[in-house]
Design a protein around this ligand. Structure first.
Ligand SMILES: NC(=O)c1ccc[n+]([C@@H]2O[C@H](COP(=O)([O-])OP(=O)(O)OC[C@H]3O[C@@H](n4cnc5c(N)ncnc54)[C@H](OP(=O)(O)O)[C@@H]3O)[C@@H](O)[C@H]2O)c1
Length: 297
């Protein structure tokens, strides 16, 4: 089927990443945005869906008539997952399993988003073959979600997405936008020198989705950016690329400000499986930084 006629439902299309993916993917597919409470990215077609409710899901699928789904809805706020573990499990695990079951039953292609934070975090450039580790409620539920999705729908793809930077959607900021917004407002920032990621922009994630939908790939893919950077190094890069003052950025270490529960130290992703099997090549970090939004008024 030509991409331009493929109907693609994006769940969580009001979210920071899901909304931006919906905007980008609308350039190649017939995107239907799945909105919950907050406004979704503008789209020719929108369906309301509460993924905690089986009837709502089945009705949304009947209305949207998608050929494929990008599942971006989640409880993705790690602190909120600690406070509301029951909701985290119901949304991240149970709803993802329910969606995967529906995709298998209806013959729909499913791309479910997961996170770099499921990696053990004790060495650079983790591959998909290494066992994940869930120290946080967020990561434990995302690992269970990955397993549930692939067991309910063996044709599904799970994309472990790295820290998102560049242009986002909605009121929240991506990692690079958060730095830019703070520096422009004259607010100082404390950024970790010892927490490493491979920041990726939504454009690169959307490109990976496109490539998956063109073929028969299945299983887990690491979708990271081209460089391994600490949160501090990313902050300095944002300042330099956007011509903002570096002196608002204070270097701190995990030992200085213990986050409870502790975040994994190095969840940089090795994306060579995606490069080899999908032809995935993430965009340069600086390009994403330049495309970030201004802070909301
Ligand atoms: N942002 C990152 O840096 C990052 C990095 C790696 C991986 N990821 C992954 O990417 C995905 C999207 O993350 P995000 O940053 O876009 O999260 P987000 O901004 O918190 O968005 C989550 C979305 O889920 C929707 N949602 C919540 N409850 C729902 C329900 N019951 N039914 C249907 N939709 C519901 C929300 O809608 P309402 O607001 O209307 O409730 C919202 O649109 C997640 O799987 C996350 O793990 C994100």
């Amino acid at each position: 089927m030509p991409a331009s006629t493929l109907r693609l439902l994006v769940t969580g299309a009001g979210g920071l990443l899901g909304g931006r993916l919906a905007e980008i993917l609308a350039g190649g597919f017939r995107v239907i945005t799945g909105r919950h409470d907050s406004p979704a990215a503008p789209s020719a077609e929108t369906v309301h869906v509460d993924l905690l409710d089986e009837h709502s899901l089945q009705n949304a699928l009947d209305d949207a008539r998608p050929h494929a789904i990008v599942h971006s809805a989640a409880l993705a706020d790690a602190d909120r997952c600690e406070r509301e573990p029951d909701l985290a499990r119901r949304l991240n695990v149970d709803a993802s399993a329910r969606l995967a079951r529906a995709c298998r039953a209806r013959g729909l292609r499913l791309v479910a988003l997961s996170t770099d934070l499921v990696c053990a975090g004790d060495h650079p450039f983790a591959t998909e073959n290494e066992p994940p580790q869930g120290r946080l409620v967020y990561t434990a539920t995302k690992i269970e979600a990955e397993e549930a999705v692939l067991s309910e729908d063996p044709r599904a793809v799970v994309m472990r997405v790295a820290l998102v930077h560049g242009r986002g959607f909605g009121p929240r900021a991506t990692a690079s936008e958060a730095t830019a917004w703070a520096l422009r407002a004259g607010r100082s920032l404390r950024l970790y020198t010892d927490q490493y990621r491979t920041p990726v922009d939504a454009e690169s994630v959307a490109d990976a989705v496109r490539r998956v939908l063109q073929g028969e790939a299945r299983g887990v893919f690491h979708i990271g950016g081209p460089e391994r950077l600490s949160r501090y190094e990313l902050g300095l890069r944002v300042a330099d690329v956007l011509g903002l003052p570096r002196d608002g950025i204070e270097a701190v270490t995990t030992a200085d400000f213990l986050q409870k529960p502790a975040r994994p130290r190095d969840v940089s992703l090795d994306h060579s499986r995606a490069a080899r099997e999908l032809g995935y090549a993430p965009r340069p970090v600086d390009a994403g930084i330049r495309e970030g939004r201004e802070a909301p008024a």
